[in-house]
Design a protein. Structure first.
Lengths: 87, 292
């Protein structure tokens, strides 16, 4: 949360379009949601904690390759980013 | 007085959580947060600021509009596109090279010290702490790291404390080198991932081979990939690096951070015992004068 605010301030100074993805969203509270809402920052995607993501990463394998259930989520994320950049 | 620096190379390995836990376990010490670009140690140590100082790292150009003749020379010579058409310097783009100051035909450009951040001396529930905040999109963090370390050492000397625990900067660049030079021992916190392994090798060769600082490694989340953990152990043996211990993968790290507590305060489970064992190993070596 603390570092997110710093990063947001930085991209605002540099005037770059941005959005937020929340990783391990189920472990924390909803402070990030509240912050994004009050700052009008698009919350693009949320991922829950999943040990098998960390295990795939440790081998250098993109987890969307081995766990197909994440593919649709990432396709949607990509499309959202594409729409934002084209605006 | 001894100084222990904790670094990681790769981000997200648990360096700050482990430093925070050492803060809770160690006695008679000063804490120094040298991860100044995105300092996080204060989130779990809740420092009460006693002294605040401005940090002036670099310099920045300022165009005096009363004297400026709008000749355009500064815009032409600036390599960073930092000067606008109406002759205002953009403080983010200005690198402080002063080429505009030298070429301005009417000496209309001042070159002033830029305030890039602040540093603080604070009290925490675990003793005194020196920390800093670098401004957003600011630079010269290596210089700010040296100030934080020096202030922490001064404080330890004044108060007769035996140890400075430094939360070092991430990466292998200037602020890391600045966190390492002349320290008595370094602990590298790594994880058994390809990127963790890659960054461990880079940062270990900096600390151990280049600076010849007694180097320790701790593998966090070791059970995530036992094959890579074995490789870390082999690497350490081959390079005369002490494997100080291993910590299992546990969401307690994230939970403790969310509750703004150190891991060892938040939990008395296996993870906390593993961190404590590492601390005992390190402190025994530091006290026994093994690391001169």
């Amino acid at each position: 949360m603390h570092d997110l605010k710093l990063a947001v301030e930085m991209v605002r100074i540099l005037n770059i379009p941005f959005g937020v993805v929340v990783n391990r969203a189920d472990i924390g509270d909803n402070e990030v949601d509240k912050y994004c809402e009050s700052e009008k920052i698009p919350l693009l995607m949320k991922l829950n904690h999943d040990r098998k993501i960390a295990e795939a990463y440790s081998e250098g394998t993109p987890f969307t390759l081995v766990f197909t259930e994440y593919r649709e989520k990432f396709k949607q994320l990509y499309q959202k980013i594409q729409r934002r950049v084209e605006l | 007085m001894k100084e222990l620096t904790i670094i990681s190379g790769k981000g997200g390995t648990g360096k700050t959580s482990i430093t925070g836990s050492f803060a809770a376990l160690a006695k008679n010490k000063v804490l120094a947060d040298c991860d100044v670009d995105a300092a996080d140690l204060h989130l779990i140590l809740w420092p009460e600021i006693k002294k605040r100082e401005e940090f002036t790292g670099g310099k920045i150009a300022y165009i005096n509009n009363d004297m400026c003749t709008s000749c355009g020379k500064c815009v032409e010579v600036c390599q960073f596109d930092a000067i606008s058409e109406d002759y205002v310097v953009d403080p983010v783009s200005c690198e402080g090279c002063s080429v505009c100051v030298h070429f301005c035909p009417v000496d209309a450009i001042e070159f002033n010290p830029a305030v890039n951040g602040e540093w603080y001396i604070s009290d925490t529930r675990f003793g005194p702490m020196v920390h800093a905040r670098l401004g957003i999109a600011e630079e010269n963090s290596g210089k700010l790291v040296s100030i934080v370390r020096q202030q922490a050492k001064n404080l330890a000397e004044q108060q007769g404390l035996d140890l400075v625990i430094v939360d070092g900067a991430p990466g292998v660049g200037c602020p890391v080198i600045s966190s390492l030079t002349g320290t008595n021992a370094v602990l590298i916190v790594t994880e058994p991932t390809l990127s963790g392994m890659h960054d461990l090798k880079r940062v270990a060769s900096l600390a151990n081979d280049h600076f010849k600082i007694p180097t320790y490694v701790c593998v966090n989340k070791f059970d995530l990939n036992t094959k890579l953990t074995d490789q870390v152990e082999v690497y350490c043996r081959e390079h005369d690096i002490v494997l100080a211990g291993k910590i299992r993968y546990d969401t307690i790290f994230t939970e403790a951070m969310i509750h703004e507590k150190t891991v060892v305060e938040y939990s008395d489970g296996e993870v906390s015992k593993e961190i404590q064992a590492i601390w005992e190993r390190l402190s025994a070596d530091l006290i026994s004068n093994k690391n001169k």
